[in-house]
Structures are given as C-alpha cells and as structure tokens.
Design a protein around this ligand. Sequence first.
Ligand code: SAM
Length: 292
Amino acid sequence: MSGPHGPDAPGRPGQAEAAARALSFGTDAAGYDEARPSYPEALVDDLLAGAGAGPVLDVGCGTGKLARQLTARGASVLGVEADERMAAVARSHGIAVEVSRFEDFDPAGRRFALCTAAQAWHWVDPVAGPAKAATALVPGGQLALLWNLREQPDPAVTAAFDACYRQLAPELAGTTMVLGGPPEARGLEAHLDLVTASGSFVDGEVRRYRWQTRYDTAAWRALLSTQSDHRLLDPARRERLLDGAARVVDDLGGVLDIAYVTLALLARRRADEPAGAGASVGPDQQPAGGAG
Ligand SMILES: C[S@@+](CC[C@H](N)C(=O)[O-])C[C@H]1O[C@@H](n2cnc3c(N)ncnc32)[C@H](O)[C@@H]1O
C-alpha cells in the first residue's frame, strides 16, 4: 500500500511495525500507567450520560486509565486487552479484563450500552472492529473512539525538540505523535467514516475537549518513554534520546505546558440492523494510525 493514506506515509507504520507497536506498551506497563495522561472529566460525564446505567466495554483498556475514571462514577466496566502485561496492571486497580484482541473477543451474548476505545482504535482492524462493536452493543448503544492529541505546539519548542530528534533518532523527527506528529497523520476522523460505512452505526458525531497540563522534565521523559515508536528503539538509543529530550526541557526552564485536545468520535448502534451486516472496506481506506 502506498500514497498519503498508506502505512508508509510519514507517521504511518507498515504492517509488521504496526503489529509490534500495538504490543509495545506492555514492555513497561507500570511506566505507562504512571506517565500517560487520563481523559477530561467532562468527556467521561458525557459518555456516561449517554450510556445510562448500562455496562461499558473498554477496548484496548491497557492499564485501565479510562476504565478507572468510568468505574469511579459507578459504571460497570469490562476491559478487553490484547496484552496480558497491561491487563495485569488494570486488574491490580480492580478492573475486570479479558485478555484478547478485540477482533477475537467473544461477547458470549453479553450486550453493552457503551463501547469505548481510548488511544487504541488505530490498532484494531478497521473492518473487524466496527463489526465486533456492533455485535457487542445493544441497539442504540454508543461507540466512542477517543484520542488525546497535542494541539499545535509553540514553534520554538518544536524546533528545540526537532534538533534533538534529528540528531539522536532522525527516523522519529517530524513524525512522532508525542511532538505533534505530521498533519497527514491526524486523519483520525476517517475512523468514524469506516464505522458508519459498516452499515451498523448511525448518528456519527465528532466532539473535541480542550485541556492542558504541565510536565516537569522527569514526567516528560517518562511520557516519551511510553510512546510505541520510542519503545521500539534499541534500549541504549532510547535512553540517549530520552536524556537528550530531558536536556531540551531543562533548557526550556524545566517545565512544559502542553495543550491537548481529546478527540471523541461517536456513533450509535443502529436499532434496525442485524449485527455484523455492513459494507466491506478496501485497504486504501485505512485511516491514520501512529497516535500512540
Ligand atoms: C496506547 S494503549 C491505550 C490504553 C488505554 N486505553 C489508555 O487510554 O491508556 C493501547 C492499548 O491497546 C492494546 N491493543 C493493541 N491492539 C489491540 C487489539 N487489537 N485489541 C485489543 N487491545 C489492543 C495495547 O496492548 C495497549 O494496551
């Protein structure tokens, strides 16, 4: 596959690399749990307002960052997670998890009012994913695909990190999503088109929640270390890159104020369509990945 929407485009891993990146987070599950941000409270409120008191299925729940926010509000959440190491951390926080790729998950007759996927849907097959979500949701149930994305950073800050990455990991310079990523890698809204093209979902809607947070040098270094493209680097090289990035933050005064937008792609399970019925999607319709 080639062209601006193929996996070889900047920020778009090829299939083998994508598979390795999808399961890279578990190589330091505790570090992921510690360093990654959670999700805006207003978003969590909105999701649960739409779900009523019904059960929630959290796809690619990882260490349970979103699942914990949902359970803290009284929701009953089941996580589906491909990586046992991530699932173990989620379970240590009291989250029920079944270890499975979502594509292979067996709902076994269970039906959920809300199906969430936070920072995870781009690792799920774009045809099998919507079909499986349709099977797992009650009629009218909501699918919510979520990503924390960086707003366009300050050009001076970008330039400082770019210089560091060009020197220490040129293959990540200008592509890694943690630094903002290339504009063409931000086509995540296309995932909503694929969900509605499946024929099983209606009322597609895009919402954005803006927020910001502050990282000190250690927290920023730890966050970078959780990124899938950084995790695939040789460990010694990764350490040199992280040390270099830490020096950049120190030179900027030891703190980084990062503006995020949480992108929420929402759709409702059709009430009148049998689960699994829907249009197929060609490989060139695969949307952007590389967000995590
Ligand atoms: C970037 S993490 C997001 C974790 C969590 N949702 C969060 O917001 O912190 C992506 C997670 O998806 C999992 N994953 C990747 N491919 C998957 C698949 N096909 N089915 C289920 N989980 C998958 C990974 O193991 C990882 O834990």
